[in-house]
Design a protein around this ligand. Structure first.
Ligand SMILES: NC(=O)c1ccc[n+]([C@@H]2O[C@H](COP(=O)([O-])OP(=O)(O)OC[C@H]3O[C@@H](n4cnc5c(N)ncnc54)[C@H](O)[C@@H]3O)[C@@H](O)[C@H]2O)c1
Ligand SMILES: O=P(O)(O)OC[C@@H](O)[C@@H](O)[C@H](O)[C@H](O)CO
Length: 434
């Protein structure tokens, strides 16, 4: 079977531009499934009009994506699944693929005007990604290669400001720290953005479907729902592609709505669904008890904590979230959404809990989601989490709900007080009885 590549393009649905004409203007760190189905797709749509925003992608955890894409001239297919799915689309925006150590030099290239990242919640801590980014910024400063924007595209509140803070803290520790910090302050923008598109991990069945439909083998295929949204703070330092996104001065209301409604509900369904034996999010939603909990988490706990953008259709947004989750064609596994709970829960759920408790309310659906994570951690060893070993040790032998709650709460940050603890104990007890 022919492999997808530039030469195979002749027999495939045509791209509206010649990838050979595209020049690199964006460096991306973390070429996972989401980047390929989201930012690269938005960028792809701009290249016919302006071919200067091609992407050089770098991957740091393994060579797998590089080995999949390099033999295909970095071309890959986005396969939409679900209601309203369009035909498979070949994306040519990614023009180079490399390993992360090569990223540093590329950031200093004057043709590069934007660095984007999808490095999961785990990447926003001092570590390799931040160190490489800072080394690249220092090289760019020394080379006098001009201003730059750094746009993180992960599910974090205030992702731009958060990354800027971590980058500045690390920059201050390098030998030329004073000058670097000053240069970053004057020449590097860190816009925040809210990203939304459900992109499950690719399966062998997805590769087989692309092969059947397009007649080529594509090891880099990514699968996505038809829906896609990107809301971006328009504070770029050196231009940006003409993405078909929403540009705004304040991303925070969109981020909060997405994290507290969509992502929080996703986590609730992932843990309660997995505990009830559901393989996928869509399957979990077929259980009326879980569907009711998902709706009530959004409407009773999260929604009252939000300050929404003008004209925001809250009910329509909440309904569309459950409609998207319920689409069985996506096959988004509960285990995938359940990963890295110790990092995701504080972002998705604890803000709602804190706000509701602070206004004298009882966020019981939020507590159900956190309690379900606790029971999941206690019963589904080993869990996928950067703190997996410590979580396992803490949960071992906790035979009462109260002891489990007390053992696991510290992994989520500052405890929120006795009312919250009592709620968690009650919900853990309920889940264990089921
Ligand atoms: N998949 C989705 O539906 C979706 C939707 C919206 C946002 N996102 C965001 O994108 C992120 C990645 O999702 P994905 O589907 O591409 O996952 P993926 O597993 O396909 O890719 C994860 C990427 O993150 C990198 N990474 C992992 N741990 C890292 C670390 N500690 N430091 C630096 N890099 C690290 C990996 O090398 C890989 O490139 C999510 O965590 C989320 O923040 C995903
Ligand atoms: O990608 P993660 O691991 O941060 O979270 C899993 C899902 O909740 C998430 O990817 C959603 O599918 C996504 O945020 C929808 O836009």
């Amino acid at each position: 079977m022919t492999r997808l590549s530039m030469s195979a393009l002749r027999s495939l649905p045509a791209l509206p531009y010649d990838p050979a004409d595209v020049r690199v203007g964006i460096v991306h760190l973390g070429v996972g499934a989401f980047h390929r189905a989201h930012q690269a797709v938005y960028t792809d749509a701009t290249l016919a009009a302006d071919p200067t925003w091609g992407i050089a992608g770098f991957t740091q955890r393994s060579t797998t994506v590089r080995d999949q894409l390099a033999p295909q001239d970095c071309l890959y297919t986005v396969l939409e699944r679900g209601v309203g799915a369009g035909p498979p689309r070949i994306i040519g925006a990614l023009r180079e693929i490399g390993l992360a150590f090569e990223l540093v030099n590329r950031i200093a290239d004057p043709a590069v005007r934007l660095v984007t990242l999808t490095v999961t919640e785990k990447g926003y801590r001092p570590g390799n990604a931040v160190e490489r980014l800072v080394a690249g910024l220092e090289l760019r400063r020394r080379a006098d290669a001009g201003p730059l924007s750094v746009l993180p595209c992960d599910n974090l509140p205030a992702n731009g400001a958060t990354l800027r803070r971590i980058v500045l803290a690390h920059a201050a520790t390098v030998p030329t720290g004073d000058r670097l910090v000053e240069w970053i302050g004057s020449s590097v923008a860190f816009p925040s953005c809210m990203v939304d598109r459900i992109v499950p991990a690719t399966s062998a069945a997805d590769l087989a479907d692309v092969q059947r439909i397009l007649g080529v083998r594509d090891e880099g295929t990514v699968v996505a729902e038809p829906f896609s949204q990107w809301v971006i703070e328009d504070t770029f330092a050196a231009g940006r592609p003409a993405w078909d996104a929403t540009f705004t001065t304040d991303v925070a209301p969109y981020e909060a709505a997405k994290l507290r409604l969509l992502n929080a509900t996703h986590s609730l369904l992932a843990y309660t669904g997995a505990l009830a034996g559901h393989e996928t999010i869509a399957s979990a939603l077929t259980d009326p008890v879980l569907a009711d909990a998902a709706w009530r988490l959004m409407t009773e706990d999260a929604a009252p904590t939000l300050t929404l953008p003008d004209g925001f259709d809250l009910r329509g947004y909440q309904e569309s979230i459950l409609r998207r989750f319920a689409d069985p064609a996506l096959g988004h596994r509960t285990a995938q959404v359940a990963a890295d709970g110790s990092l995701k829960l504080p972002i998705r759920l604890l803000g709602t809990a804190r706000d509701r408790l602070g206004s004298g309310h009882t966020p019981q659906w939020t507590a159900l989601a956190v309690a379900a994570w606790m029971v999941y951690v206690a019963t589904r060893q080993p869990v996928e989490d950067p703190q997996a070993a410590a979580l396992a040790a803490a949960a071992a032998g906790r035979s009462t709900p109260a002891s489990l709650v007390d053992a696991l709460q510290p992994f989520l940050g500052e405890p929120l007080g006795t009312t919250w603890r009592d709620l968690l104990v009650e919900q853990v007890a309920r889940l264990r009885l089921n």
